[in-house]
Design a protein around this ligand. Structure first.
Ligand SMILES: Cc1cc2nc3c(=O)[nH]c(=O)nc-3n(C[C@H](O)[C@H](O)[C@H](O)COP(=O)(O)OP(=O)(O)OC[C@H]3O[C@@H](n4cnc5c(N)ncnc54)[C@H](O)[C@@H]3O)c2cc1C
Length: 372
């Protein structure tokens, strides 16, 4: 087949979903010309930041609640074998006791190096520093960059989200006729209405309750709010004025704690008793909040913070909202435009901490790669 006769697939976005799509599609269609257009000077930039540099690339526990918009996401992710996908491209993975999957090397750089090697060996074209500005469709796709226009037979939009990145992917898809659901940062620290300045820098293990949602984990106090993995997960469920209740000693029942404190009071004062249980500044705050000694156990078990706002996209790991998933089919093909596919986080799907977001990105990329 001559180059002129070859079908050309353009993938906009060289992140997790885009590269999974490129690899799978090129393996299946070696004759197809496949080009990734990436606005940054290199591909996979965000992957390097994931999992604190260790890249939590998946999770083997796909449970109820791990995705927003789970009716769309859950079944597809359950059918996807993330370990096999990486085994195929030459990356050994391992799973920790919480079901989180990591590269065996525990470094995101090895994930990126293996991906780049695979793309290179397959002969996928990679054009970095190419920001797509606008796309129109006649019988083919006309993709406009800053000073170049490219024509494609098939188009995949894999532009990711606003979280710690800039993208005009939402606008491009809106101009192509798709609906964009309201965007907001998630997996993000939470500003609270209470003054927490004195607690800044303290990490505390606890159980958080917000509405029907409950999770154990670690909170990190910031100057004006809460952070840490537990907070990031809570940020999926909160809005203004919601009350987040922290149980600082979840292992001990409130009545038992009450008794322990009153027995302790025989020999010690309340501040010494609390110092034996909690970090100093937290203990002081508990004493400020409890109007009388008898309330202390209750305050420890119900340490309440009121949501002010979420921190911004620059501090978030994912973006809630995006392309309305009712406008793509189960293979991520647009129901509005022929030969257009939409994958990854630009869709209105977001997951909890723990590898769920990358799982969705690899899965959707692979599915489209097999479909085209
Ligand atoms: C700090 C941080 C830590 C995270 N840790 C984890 C984790 O451990 N586990 C997990 O599962 N998830 C994690 N996530 C979320 C995860 O990284 C994303 O959900 C995932 O990368 C989404 O994949 P994607 O392909 O949709 O988008 P991305 O990986 O963001 O890729 C999109 C690409 O498109 C490019 N692009 C955008 N617009 C254009 C344009 N107009 N022209 C050309 N290129 C364009 C962008 O530059 C980007 O490279 C983390 C996110 C952050 C920010």
């Amino acid at each position: 087949m001559t180059k002129a006769n070859r079908k050309h697939l353009i993938i906009v976005g060289g992140g997790a979903s885009g590269i999974a799509c490129a690899i799978t599609c090129k393996q299946k269609n070696p004759d197809m010309e496949i080009t990734i257009l990436e606005q940054n000077e290199r591909i996979c930039k965000k992957i390097l930041k994931t999992g604190n540099g260790k890249c939590n690339l998946g999770n083997i526990n796909i449970v109820n609640g791990c995705y927003y918009n789970q009716d769309f996401a859950l079944k597809k992710v359950r059918e996807f074998d993330v370990a096999a996908f990486f085994d195929d491209i030459g990356l050994l993975t391992k799973v920790d006791e919480q079901g989180r999957m990591y590269p065996y090397s525990e470094t995101a750089t090895s994930v990126v190096e293996i991906i780049k090697d695979k793309l290179d060996r397959l002969g996928v074209n990679i054009r970095c520093s190419f920001e797509v500005l606008k796309i129109t469709k006649t019988d083919k796709f006309i993709i406009q960059g800053v000073d170049e226009t490219i024509i494609a037979d098939y188009l995949v939009i894999a532009t990711g989200s606003n979280s710690q990145e800039k993208t005009n992917g939402y606008l491009i898809l809106e101009n192509l006729g798709h609906t964009i659901k309201k965007l907001s940062p998630r997996l993000v620290p939470i500003k609270v209405q209470e003054n927490v300045k004195s607690l800044q820098g303290i990490r505390i293990k606890c159980q958080a309750t917000i509405g029907n949602y409950q999770e154990k984990g670690e909170i990190l106090f910031k100057e004006n709010g809460l952070s840490g993995i537990l907070t990031l997960n809570i940020s999926r469920y909160v809005s203004y004025n919601d009350k987040i209740s922290l149980d600082l000693i979840p292992e001990i029942d409130e009545k038992v704690l009450e008794r322990k404190i009153s027995e302790g009071l025989v020999e010690r004062d309340i501040s010494t008793i609390l110092r034996g249980m909690l970090p100093k500044m937290v203990a002081l705050d508990i004493m400020k909040r409890a109007t009388k000694v008898e309330d202390v156990a209750h305050v420890i078990k119900n340490y309440i913070f009121t949501v002010d706002t979420l921190y911004g996209f620059d501090s978030s790991q994912v973006t809630r909202g995006g392309v309305d998933t009712s406008e793509v089919d189960d293979n991520f093909a647009s129901k509005k435009i022929n030969n257009l596919y939409i994958i990854g986080e630009v869709l209105d799907v977001d997951g909890a901490c723990g590898g769920y977001n990358l799982m969705f990105a690899w899965m959707s990329g692979k599915k489209v790669g097999l479909t085209i």
